[in-house]
Design a protein around this ligand. Sequence first.
Ligand code: DMJ
Length: 636
Amino acid sequence: MLPPSKRDFVSLTLSESGSYTNSKQWRRQSCWRKWKQLSRLQRSLILFTLMLLLVCGIATSPTLIGHWRDGVVGENVYDGKQPFVVNLKNEYKSILPEPPSEKKDYHRRGPPVLQNRLQTKTNVSGLLGVENQGPDLKNENKGSEEGKPIISWRGAVIEEEQASDTDTKDTEIQDETASLALAESRLEAVREAFRHAWKGYKNFAWGHDELKPVSKSYGEWFGLGLTLIDALDTMWILDLKEEFAEAREWVARELSFDKNVDVNLFESTIRILGGLLSTYHLTGDSMFLEKAKDIGYRLMPAFNTASKIPYSDVNIGKGTAHSPQWTSDSTVAEVTSIQLEFRELSRLTGDPKYKLAVMEVMKQVHKLDGKQDGLVPMFINTNNGLFTHQGIYTLGARADSYYEYLLKQWIQGGKAENELLDDYLLAVEGVKKNLLKKSTPSGLTFVGELSHGHFSPKMDHLVCFLPGTLALGAHYGLPADHMELAKQLMETCYQMYTQMETGLSPEIAHFNMHEGSIQDVDVKIADRHNLLRPETVESLFYMYRFTKDKKYQQWGWEILQNFNKYTRVPTGGYTSINNVRDPANPSTRDKMESFFLGETLKYFYLLFSNDPNLISLDKYIFNTEAHPLPIWPQAE
Ligand code: DMJ
């Protein structure tokens, strides 16, 4: 029997006929003859070398093996089963870029920039494992830093890492570009809202206290251009130069406090004194300081009481002061929320009388009987200096900013006044113990009220200053559980908007606590109005500054859009509304409060800005009307 090779040869011989084929066959025959002429040893050596080359080739070509494996899977296509999917996937991959949904999933996990930075850091240290390596490996890393070539597996890893690092950087750049564009468009939306409000004020209420945008007229409270003064620092922060310049001219030329007019001590302190002081600090324009000194001086007669607890009203032209006609009481929040402004006035003028007057109030309230676990009643008598109407405790109207100013004075003064801090910490515990409950069905944490031992699940929108204040305290080193509470209350305040048909909060919400209730928030007919108040936006601003969680910006954005939808008056200005539950007819109240420009729009702007240095919370403290005042240098 012929060997296989010979059989091939025979077959070739048999088919010998055409020229090209013949010549090929001839070459094969000649090779075969030469092969036969070799010695057995020579043939063995050649065969061995060829075998060796073949084995080495296969071993060093995993990709070939891979291709081969793919080929095997590919053959399965003919079965009409799983490989069909495999083929589709391959086709999809080769034709389309990375599916957008995968990219989205990646972003959804957290704030993109932070997350990516963290990831990069983890990858680098994790893969190189610098901290966990023995001394030898540490030296090798050092070698690579000095530019020595690395030919080990670590080189490959570094190369791979560099590639993924580039991808991450690309993604970061895209994220940052998109985030900048989004922030800029929202900031511009706030500027546009401000211009629209200003247009109404300028056209129909210039130099007066408040715009009545629907009737295209104005309302007077003190007759001091309240909206214009409240809005000064907002215009400065929003970089509305033209509007600021015309307002400055009015203050310089028209504003006079030499008027026979009764003003409320608290309201004129937080809006006028606070507004002028902060505008002075932001601009350095001494004209504003002179005006601030003038109004501050004219408000001082309010402190001429038997108890040193100030009257609520002052006639700034006559230099007389008095309580309201029906009572000799003042409101606790009012007499304890003028301190930031008067303390700052003393610092700027070098005259201690302003600070001494307001700190006397704090000293007395600190020692007073009638508190419950640090919570204060709502009224205080100007004759005897005692709390009145005891037994009612709220974080809402008439008490709210007492708590806010305890913390803020402590921060303003360089965290040295321990009584203020003690009272604040005690009050937060008092809130937790007496006023904090959960609603049904969603389990929202809310702050109710206590009336002679009876709990009422009623929460004013005013209470929504609290998440921001708690977060500010946590930022300044107070217990971390304050921040946790802030987050829960922030969610509740947002729900007070989002559960309403207009997406705008009512003035007062009642929370359900009974089994089987189908919604958390109920609103009484008399409480359905919205006055364009700032507290929720204010807290969103603090929460975003401290957490960088974009959801707070998103919540604020929804609220701004709803203000635009339901309260914007086409001819200029925004109006308070009567019914947040009736989107078809929210019913206008024809009033734009000065705090809409002083606070609400300012906090929107700061919320949408990603620049933590735009009124840094390490340098400024906002008064309760959103006017930033400097935190004092430690020595003062
Ligand atoms: C503002 O005048 C101040 O924020 C005050 O502390 C509470 N009321 C209004 C805004 O709602």
